[in-house]
Structures are given as C-alpha cells and as structure tokens.
Design a protein around this ligand. Structure first.
Ligand code: VGL
Ligand code: ZN
Length: 222
C-alpha cells in the first residue's frame, strides 16, 4: 500500500501566506550618530531590528548609494549650504551634506545590523542628476529600483517598514508602497526621524491613508 510521505515542514506552508516582509531602510554609518547626516538616536533601533527579523518570512534592505558628484549634495552647488531648499529640475530639492558616497565607510551598513536574513539589497540614488528617497522610485518617479516587482514575484502582500530616516526615506518608501497597493505598517520603535515635528505631521497623514503604526512587540510570530 502506498503511503503519503510525511511532510515535516507542513506547518510552514500553512503559516504566513501573506509573506510578511520587513524592509530595513538605510541603516548606514552616515545616518547614525557621528555620521555625515546623522539621525538622532538612530543607533538605538539596531538591536530592535535584529530582534524582530525572525518574525518575517522575507527581509530586504535598502541602501543610499550616491556618486560624489550627486546633485543633492550642497558641496556640488556654488552657493549651496546643507539643508537649503532649492528649485531643481522642476521640483524642490533639499541640499544635503555629502553622505553615503559609493564605496566609502559612510555608505556601509552598520556592522551590528544582522544581515544574514537579508535576501536582497536595493540601492538607490546612483544617478547624479536625480535624488531618490524611496526604496521603490526616485523622487520624480522616473526610475524604478525594481523593488515593487520583486515583492510581487515573491507573492508579498504585507510590508513592515523600519530604519532611517522616518521622515525621509522611510516616509517616501511608505507612500510608494501605498500607491503600489501593499498593506503597510510602520514599526515605530524601529525607526527614528531627523525631525520629531515632521514625524508627528507625517504620522497623521499616513494614519489617515491606512498605514498601521505599531511597536515591535506587537508583530505576530511567523
Ligand atoms: C535620506 C536624505 C538624503 C534617508 C537619504 O535615508 O532618509 N535622507 N538621502
Ligand atoms: Zn541620500
């Protein structure tokens, strides 16, 4: 008599059909205290992010990755100062200190961040003429990193965001995730903003658009 083989992993097929996915945004030296574009207390989120990775079926990361002649750097504008706002190619551009320059230490992920479960890294901001905050598209939506397509091919429907900075790259990634139709959650104790004031404002906007705000202890197991 023929018997069905025992499938020891059977339970794994039953759980998390949403492919709950963690997107770790820009946990690079330059965004951490002491870095060129430091986010206050950014280092505090590293142990939190390490501790939650097991709860996700898929973990991906984004990496800000700029050439030295990037147009978002104040140093590449004659009268530009960091944090000035200027008109650039039909839109507003904030001028930043030089940060996350390709192949520099500032662009590296912090070595305390667990990377063993990170299946893919999506880099952004390589075109010197266009800035790119979101992990999905550049600021003018002219270039696509392929992240949305990758997530669809992996049959992901639920995205959880963490990383830096809550009011820039995380925020713009969430806006694109909503437009792409993903169910979207921000893990509040696993992100930090450049400005608390901006973050409070953004939180109201995103909540109204259906984004869930939770703390890391509320993430269900896989
Ligand atoms: C970021 C400004 C410029 C971020 C990146 O990761 O939030 N902000 N480039
Ligand atoms: Zn940048």
């Amino acid at each position: 008599m023929r018997r069905e083989p025992i499938n020891r992993n059977h339970d794994l097929y039953l759980v998390d059909q949403t492919m709950k996915t963690l997107i770790i945004t820009d946990l690079q030296y330059d965004f951490l205290p002491g870095g060129a574009l430091e986010v206050p207390f950014g280092d505090q989120i590293i142990p939190v992010i390490n501790s939650i990775q097991e709860r996700f079926s898929l973990v991906v990361a984004t990496q800000d990755w700029h050439p030295g002649n990037h147009s978002s750097f104040a140093s590449n504008h004659i009268r530009g100062k960091p944090f000035d706002r200027i008109e650039w190619q039909g839109g507003e551009q904030i001028l930043w200190p030089d940060h996350c320059v390709i192949n520099t230490k500032g662009a590296e992920f912090h070595p305390d961040l667990r990377m063993d479960r990170v299946e893919a890294v999506f880099r952004k901001g390589m075109d010197p003429e266009i800035d790119s905050y979101s992990g999905f598209y550049d600021n003018g939506h002219r270039k696509n990193t392929g992240l949305a397509g990758y997530l669809r091919e992996r049959k992901v429907s639920e995205l959880y965001f963490c990383g830096l900075a809550a009011d820039f790259c995380v925020y713009y990634s969430i806006l694109d995730a909503l437009n792409e139709g993903f169910n979207t959650t921000l893990i509040e104790d696993a992100t930090r903003p450049l400005s608390n004031e901006t973050f409070e404002f953004i939180k109201k906007e995103l909540t109204a658009r259906g984004v869930r705000f939770i703390n890391s202890d509320e993430i269900p197991p896989r």
